[in-house]
Design a binder for this molecule. Structure first.
Ligand code: GLU
Length: 482
């Protein structure tokens, strides 16, 4: 039997890291077994589902490289099919109409709470008489459809991650609502109908669905179908060991994109969130991970989100990129930072900047700060740079260098050496002092990228002249004598 798995996001929000990680595991499992990976959009919650969320989810999955073989299948296209299946349950007496009002249900829960019991439906409308039903109908009550769950039922399955899992019917909250008053099916029913119709062989999803699995197994039984195999993956936890949530800030794939994590790094990292690759290997493509993927190596314990590991992986991928590709990725970040450039005309120059700052990047967003001084004629001088500029002989040095600086766009590494040599000769300063002072004047700080490469980049825009002049004025203003 060939493997068929699915990712079934609800488009009630943008793509969450938890859903993406579930998608990764399903994709890896499908690819490992030469099976089929299906995308199903669970959009039956009409109030909360939005097309822009669907768009974001599909784009996010594509961006990560999680291509699907079938779908997207939209549950809202299948409402009639769910109605049909609900009717079958009703016809077999496995489900029934339940007429309580919301106020009555709330009162029931209140009584249970007051008695120190967990709130649950007490199955009271299982056995309504024809008169009672007629009365409710006459009152205009709209019934929901409930599926019978016997208290003494034991539900048992062999989970591919967690081993044997046992549930008692009485812990499932009473007979469950499978369709609303308007006839629309609810989550558990729709999922089972879909998973049957789509021939799903393995349901791999987060462990927050374990109780749903118990309920769904009863529905499979009601439909006379052998359930698929289940694998419940561990939750993703924050540094405090609690479920990663919106409060942790960065949780959606869009957030990670905006910070400048690249798809191969994030996909690689997500495979490690709960899966232990053989031989402790850490860096791999999705295809490589698929070759080794095995649900038996998925951990039961929660997977702690480890920023350091993700950052390390991201740097690793960024540093391996050729400048042209890095440049493509950086352009949106430079644009977002508000820097002025022409992506076509300035392309060679942008690639020089990308090549220079590339090794210092952890995330693409770092590029804004690291490359700011290449995009603006002015630079601000920090105290260390000012102290360097105030060294004896620097005023004269700046004058000499200004006189020898070639026209914008003509400075080469060899030309730069000639300028430095001329400056050393004329001022009598040591080469080290000359270089440090030039760094201070051109870059405004004593740390940062390579001076020679930076100077060539600045010269392309003529900013070296601006800065030499500005540093000179700064010194004149502060009254520093040469
Ligand atoms: N729509 C559900 C969710 O997003 C899918 C659960 C499942 O895989 O069955 O959590």
């Amino acid at each position: 039997m060939s493997v068929r798995v699915r990712i079934a996001p609800s488009p009630t929000g943008i793509l969450h890291i938890g859903t993406a990680r579930t998608a990764v595991f399903n994709w890896l499992f499908a690819r490992h077994h030469g099976g089929t990976f299906i995308l199903r959009v669970e959009d039956t919650d009409r109030e909360r589902s939005r097309p822009e969320f669907t768009h974001n989810i599909l784009e996010g999955l594509r961006w990560l490289g999680l291509t699907w073989d079938e779908g997207p299948i939209f549950q809202t296209d299948r409402l009639d099919r769910y109605r049909e299946r609900v009717q079958e349950l009703l016809d077999q007496g496995l489900a029934y109409y339940s007429y309580e009002t919301e106020a009555e249900l709330e009162a029931l829960r209140e009584t249970q709470r007051a008695q120190g019991e967990a709130p649950r439906y007490n199955n009271q409308h299982r056995t309504l008489t024809a008169e009672q039903i007629a009365q409710f109908v006459a009152e205009g009550r709209q019934p929901v459809v409930r599926f019978r769950i016997e208290d003494d039922r034991e539900i048992l399955w062999h989970d591919l991650v967690r081993g044997e899992v046992r549930w008692q019917g009485r812990d499932l909250g009473g007979d469950m609502v499978v369709a609303r008053a308007d006839g629309q099916a609810l989550y558990n029913l729709a999922v089972v109908v879909d998973d049957i119709d789509m021939g799903i062989t393995h349901v791999i999803r987060g462990e927050d669905h374990i109780a749903n699995t118990a309920k769904q197994i009863l529905l499979y039984e009601a439909f006379g179908v052998t359930p698929p195999q289940f694998a419940h993956t561990p939750l993703i936890l924050n540094a405090e060991g609690r479920k990663l949530s919106k409060r942790d800030g960065v949780t959606s794939i869009s957030d990670f994109q905006a910070m400048g994590y690249v798809a191969p790094a994030l996909a690689n990292y997500m495979t490690l969130l709960g899966w232990s690759p053989p031989a402790g290997r850490e860096v791999f493509t999705l295809a490589e991970a698929a070759a080794a993927f095995d649900l038996g190596r998925v951990n039961r314990a929660g997977a702690k989100f480890d920023w350091e590991r993700l950052n390390w992986l991201n740097s690793h991928y960024l540093h391996a990129l050729p400048p042209e590709e890095l440049c493509d990725l950086l352009i949106p970040f430079w644009a977002a930072a508000g820097y002025a450039f022409d992506p076509q005309a300035d392309r060679p120059w942008l690639e020089l900047v990308a090549a220079l700052i590339g090794p210092s990047l952890t995330v693409l967003k770092d590029a804004a700060g690291l490359s700011q001084f290449f995009f603006t004629p002015q630079v601000s001088y920090d105290s260390e740079a000012i102290a360097q500029l105030q060294q004896p002989g620097v005023v004269e040095l700046l004058q000499v260098v200004s006189e020898h600086t070639p026209e914008p766009g003509t400075l080469t590494p060899a030309g730069l050496q000639a300028v430095v040599q001329a400056a050393v000769k004329t001022t009598g300063l040591k080469k080290g002092v000359v270089m440090k002072s030039l760094r201070a004047a051109l870059m405004g700080q004593m740390h940062g990228p390579d001076l020679s490469q930076s100077w060539v980049i600045l010269n392309q825009r003529g900013f070296d002249r601006d800065r030499l002049a500005a540093a000179g004025l700064l010194l004149a203003g502060s009254g520093t004598a040469s």
